[in-house]
Ligand binder design. Sequence first.
Ligand code: GLN
Length: 483
Amino acid sequence: MATELKNDLFYTWYKIDELVKAVKSGSKTAESLVNKSLELAKKFNPEYNVVISLLEDKAISRAKKIDEKVKAGENPGRLAGVPFIAKDNFLVFGAETTAASNMLKGFIAPYQATAIERLESEGAICIAKANLDALAHGTSTENSDFFTTLNPHDKTRVPGGSSGGSAASVALGIVPFALGTDTGGSIRQPASFCGVIGFKPTYGLVSRSGVVAMASSTDTIGVFAQNAYDGSLVMDVMSGKDDLDSTTIEKPIKPISQLDLNLKGKKIGVVKEYFGDGLDKDVAEIVKNSINEFEKLGAEIVDISLPSLPVALAVYYIVVPAEVSSNLARHDGQRYQYSASEANDLNESYEKSRSQGFGAEAKRRIMIGTHVLSSGYYDAYYKKAQTVRTKLINEFNDAFSKVDFLAGPVAPTKAFKVGENDDDPIEMYLQDIYSVAANLVGVPAISIPCHNVSGLPVGMQLMAPQKSDASLFALAAQYGEMK
Ligand code: GLN
């Protein structure tokens, strides 16, 4: 982590490997780790609005079970006793799962996400559910139907979004890692704003089962961590094929301990289109300088172009609302939580439930999505967007035949002020300009904290070919150690 960030105010955890060793040896109990996390959550939450709900009883009772296992000489797992926070769009069995939307408020998960299941089966303990932009639509957490999370480095600014609560919880040190979802940048951008590692995997690497669907062809599940080693370990545990999600792939990810970290002869392509108009000058400078630092580790830095990149945002804001409008059809006031009470018939119930339960941003996306899918407009918008998406995939493939990694900024600005973009959806959408391409083409991407700009963190983005997820953690680990 960059030393000049104000992290000395916050808690820094030992590496997860060391925590687990301590739990396994009995020198630390799982219960003490969980209590520490709960204490930090209670200390920071009133100030920063990070979590929607605490899972205190469940977490303590799970920790006690882990400690009993240790005492009985049984294997408590690779993440024994490690506390974490999940974005509130992950179903955690028996816990409220709201996706920060009034539509789901009070909804108790009847089963649990595969990602949570896999982490728990290795002994990790979910202590809380984090705030987000409602239904993961947004870049600041201001779209949360409940409250706005504040940036740990400056309380007048947003933490980014949509996984802003998860990013802030890791920056504050409430937990060593947190889960997020990234459909168009929702892990990387808040990671950049909060100064932590944020990782979005290859599409299909982690099962989407049990995670509230946003846009099924770009939704991915990833991690925020205090260091690259922890992030890679958590991804290793969560990833791999799952019968409950037919798009999942075999896991190629390896923990860093099993990787060749040598960067000699590796090429990093600095994407020309990422440094055009609209990028803040100070962000551009710091990101360029930081990418160049990889030369010291033996990598070669070259220029590269992805000509269709400037239209990726337009493609995203057609394809994603189209899928959003389809996925949100299930929230009809009959199947899930919110249902308008005063309706006279089924149609009126649908109408009232949806108009009262959804916030403005969800409604905007449903309208855009149904419009671009409607007959007469389908060819002009949706089909054209899918054609350009294929062009983008080809351009990325071409680029990766020349370089090992692609690099650029995560977002055009550092953390902006609460309220600054709140009434301007286009300004908010422009935050996603550098992040959406990785989702449209399905490649892994990471935000690595570089130096800060006027006291605020800024991340750089590195992307790799599909299934080269682990190599991004290797880059982040080396970069972190060089600083
Ligand atoms: N900010 C983007 C959007 O609002 C990305 C959201 C996400 O990745 N969940 O669509």
